[in-house]
Design a protein around this ligand. Structure first.
Ligand SMILES: O=c1ccn([C@H]2C[C@H](O)[C@@H](COP(=O)(O)OP(=O)(O)OP(=O)(O)O)O2)c(=O)[nH]1
Ligand SMILES: [Mg+2]
Length: 151
C-alpha cells in the first residue's frame, strides 16, 4: 500500500507545486523556497538561514522526514544543509524549513520556487533503552575511528 503524507499549504505556499519525486525511483522529493517573488533571499558567503517551504505536514507514526542537500547546489555553489540530514518528527505541525549554509565564496540568491533541498521519508524505531552493566564481546571491541587495517 502506498504511504500517504498529509501536506498543509500555508498562505505563502501560493501556487507552488507540492513536493514531488522528479523521477520514477527518486528517493527524495524536492523542496522549493516559498520566499516572496519580489524578495529573493540572499545568502552571503559563510552565512546560513532558515528557508521557508510554505507548508506543514503530518507524517504517519513510525516515520520521519530527512531534509537533505541537493548535490547540484553543493557542487556548483557550495550550498548545503547546515544540519544535514534535518529531522522532521511525525508530531511536528509547524512549517517545514530548510537550514541552508553557503560554503561558497559568492553570495547565493534563492528565488521563489527554486528547489533548495530534498526530503526523504524513512521509517524510524523507538526502542526501549535498557541499562545494563556489561555488553557482549565482539571482534571489534572498542576499536573505532580508523582502527581497522592498521596492523
Ligand atoms: O531541517 C529541519 C529540522 C527540523 N525542523 C523542524 C521539524 C522538527 O520536528 C523540529 C525539531 O527539529 P530537531 O529535533 O532537529 O531540533 P531541536 O533543536 O532538537 O528542537 P526541538 O527541541 O524543538 O526538538 O524542527 C525543520 O523544519 N527543518
Ligand atoms: Mg529535537
Amino acid at each position: 500500500m502506498t504511504l500517504t503524507v498529509q501536506i498543509k499549504p500555508l498562505d505563502h505556499f501560493g501556487d507552488l507545486p507540492l513536493p514531488r519525486f522528479e523521477t520514477a525511483l527518486a528517493a527524495g522529493a524536492d523542496l522549493r523556497a516559498a520566499v516572496p517573488e519580489t524578495e529573493p533571499m540572499i545568502l552571503a558567503s559563510g552565512k546560513w538561514a532558515l528557508v521557508p517551504t510554505g507548508f506543514a505536514m503530518a507524517l504517519p507514526a513510525g516515520y520521519e522526514a530527512q531534509i537533505r542537500p541537493r548535490s547540484g547546489l553543493a557542487y556548483k555553489y557550495g550550498i548545503t544543509c547546515l544540519n544535514t540530514p534535518g529531522t522532521i518528527d511525525a508530531d511536528y505541525r509547524g512549517e517545514v524549513k530548510v537550514l541552508l549554509i553557503n560554503h561558497g565564496s559568492e553570495p547565493f540568491t534563492i528565488n521563489r520556487g527554486e528547489r533548495i533541498a530534498q526530503m526523504v521519508i524513512a521509517p524510524i524505531t523507538q526502542p526501549d533503552f535498557v541499562q545494563v552493566d556489561t555488553l557482549d564481546d565482539t571482534a571489534r571491541g572498542a576499536g573505532g575511528f580508523g582502527s581497522t587495517g592498521t596492523t
